[in-house]
Design a protein around this ligand. Structure first.
Ligand code: AGP
Length: 621
């Protein structure tokens, strides 16, 4: 298996939007309904078509697929009438070939005996397809995926058994992919392979599940094997067999018990996952702090020994990291937050073996962040990860990982993972500052004892205000989010949320810089959202607000209660209880901004859970 082909830029495999859900019953129970539920649970990833294939008790293939929403397809194709003890399902987001029934997965070989679902992109599919066509294989779709069942068929014809044929087929693929395969040749097996596209195995009661993501099967099991890059194998009556194509040998993978419940992965009565996740923050932050207590000491050890500290991340995780930098700086702990995709060019030349690089990523699968961390490791730096996903790629390349307790985040826009990241960085800072003689009692009292309750209070007050203000925001095309000091990362994250889900051009800016250019755009009723902490920068924020207001801007302030001067100058106010104008600020100040983005998106007719062009884990460079 040594010669598996992986391109230099395997990460160019595309967004991981497609969803795989497969199931094998060990006691001859019908699994079609479960595959359907798994696909429903994966809907959040976005898709344009879907399909299910099962091997029937008579050992024939029943394959149904089509374009559109799962519920509509269920009515049309009667997925619920399918019967089989083993099967695979798929939600497709078109990459190769249009959105058609033929291109929807699963795909079969010529004889309809081998059936495949796939996530990722097979880069060399055209040359393989040509070769197979000259050997007489007939293709029905334009997809890259369809070469896989034909390749397996070809190797079976040459005398391989089902699994051998699969291994030989995988050896020929170049790119990144997650695959699940069943066949009438051996109807008691699901074969799988993962090369740079996530795939996990769930161990249920008399059942195995294979899926792109844990929430797919969370209602039946939380016992999970997280496959690693290069893993290939199968589940069968005999258990789970895993080999690794890069190591060229059989490998053992631990069974991890994921501390998530099925309720965590459902909408729980909210209209969207995003709103549910915003409202979960009192619990997710408290849980993260509890979990961090047990994990923080080793992190402190790394911090203590480091000559230079870099915090590397993308998107929302970068803004949490920037908060880390600003908060650390207040206590004399020098660090630098760096956008992952710029890391090598910006600071790569300075990284050495005495440095610590902290990688922050909710998914743990972001290509830019992984590449930066791999680079840092190569230069000898120590790497610590902060992530929400046990067993994700980032945990495997890091010297140490801190797992946050945010629970599954289904909405594409990060909300509760942002506050969880901030909570971990804050917790490390509090402990570090205490070790260095700072009195952290006041901050600690709120952070450790009643942060959940405080976030709840802000949620309750801000919810109706955000709903009201969103009506006014709906027709807007632009907005500025201004902040200074610890308020800046909050402003940047607030603007990103508005951009991502409501598609309003929103720019986060250091308030002091706004007079150096951005102010040129201000005209009557231009929305300016100002994040004002009750600290030494308050007066300077007031100046920026006045500059904007005098040119006609509509000022929306997120500020502490009792900040009279700011409130007088503002047209709309979100009040935050006092006691938060310090490193805890993002945990509460971000709440009104998340809610405002959410309600504005919904009122503009956008789906906040599945914003266009975005994916939950961005595995492209
Ligand atoms: C957040 O709302 C975005 N979807 C995006 O910016 C995200 O934060 C970024 O892609 C990084 O993801 P990660 O935390 O999984 O590494």
């Amino acid at each position: 298996m040594r010669d598996v082909l992986v391109s230099e830029h395997v990460i160019e495999a595309g967004y991981n939007l497609c969803g795989i859900g497969a199931c094998l019953s060990l006691i001859k129970r019908n699994i079609a309904g479960k595959i359907l539920i798994m696909l429903k649970n994966l809907e959040y990833r976005g898709y344009d078509s879907a399909g299910i294939a099962v091997i029937t008790p008579e050992n024939t293939l029943d394959l149904r697929k089509g374009v559109g929403k799962i519920d509509d397809l269920k009515n049309k194709l009667h997925f619920d009438q399918m019967v089989g003890f083993v099967g695979i399902g798929h939600t497709r987001w078109a990459t190769h070939g249009g959105v058609t029934e033929e291109n929807a997965h699963p795909h079969t070989d010529c004889d309809g005996r081998i059936v495949v679902v796939h996530n990722g992109i097979i880069e060399n599919y055209l040359e393989i397809r040509k070769e197979l066509e000259t050997r007489g294989h007939k293709f029905r779709s334009d997809t890259d995926t369809e070469i896989v069942p034909h390749l397996i068929e070809e190797f079976i014809k040459r005398g391989n058994d089902f699994y051998e044929a699969f291994k030989n087929a995988v050896k020929k693929l170049k790119g990144a992919y997650a695959l699940a395969v069943v066949s009438t040749y051996e109807p008691n097996k699901i074969l799988f392979a993962r090369v740079f596209s996530p795939l996990v195995i769930g161990l249920g009661t008399d059942e195995y599940y294979i899926a792109s993501d844990i929430p797919a099967f969370l209602e039946w099991t939380n016992k999970v094997i997280i496959l690693e890059d290069g893993d290939i194998g199968y589940v069968s009556q005999g258990g789970v067999l895993i080999e690794n194509v890069f190591l060229n040998r059989r490998v053992h993978r631990d069974v991890t018990t994921i501390p998530w419940t099925k309720e965590m992965a459902k909408k729980g009565g909210f209209p969207h996952f995003m709103l549910k996740e915003i409202f979960e923050q009192p619990q997710s932050v408290s849980r993260t702090i509890l979990m961090a207590r047990k994990q923080i000491d080793r992190f402190l050890d790394y911090l203590e020994k480091a000559e230079e500290v870099y915090i590397v991340a993308a998107g929302t995780s970068y803004y949490a990291s920037l908060h880390g930098q600003y908060a650390f700086a207040k206590y004399g702990l020098r660090s630098r937050a760096v956008v992952a995709s710029e890391f090598i060019e910006e600071v790569g030349g300075f990284i050495g073996n005495k440095d610590l690089v902290i990688g922050v990523s909710q998914s743990g699968e972001t290509a830019d962040t992984l590449l930066a961390l791999r680079y840092a490791k190569k230069k000898g730096a120590k790497v610590v990860a902060i992530t929400n996903v046990i067993g994700s790629a980032i945990t495997r390349i890091s010297d140490y990982s801190i797992i946050m307790g945010a629970g599954p985040e289904i909405g594409v826009a990060a909300t509760k993972t942002f506050t969880a990241q901030v909570a971990v960085l804050n917790y490390a800072l509090i402990k570090w500052a205490e070790m260095h003689g700072y009195d952290m009692d006041d901050v600690k009292r709120v952070f450790l004892n009643n942060i959940g309750e405080k976030i709840s209070n802000v949620l309750e007050k801000a919810n109706s205000l955000a709903k009201k203000l969103s009506e006014w925001m709906v027709p807007k095309s632009n907005a500025y989010y201004l902040g200074r000091g610890l308020g800046l990362p909050i402003a940047l994250e607030g603007a990103l949320k508005m951009k991502e889900i409501a598609y309003i051009h929103a720019e986060g800016y250091p308030a002091g810089e706004s007079k150096h250019g951005p102010i040129a755009l201000i005209e009557k009723d231009f929305p300016v959202i100002s994040i004002v902490l009750n600290d030494h920068l308050q007066e300077k924020m007031l100046i920026a607000i006045e500059e904007m207001k005098s040119r006609g801007a509509y000022i929306i302030s997120v500020c502490e209660e009792g900040m009279k001067k700011i409130q007088e100058k503002s047209d709309f106010i979100f009040e935050i209880p006092s006691g938060f104008s310090n490193i805890l600020a993002p945990l509460v100040y971000i709440i009104p901004l998340q809610l405002l983005a959410y309600y504005t998106a919904v009122k503009r007719g956008c789906d906040p859970d599945k914003p266009r062009n975005l994916a939950k884990s961005v595995t492209v460079e």
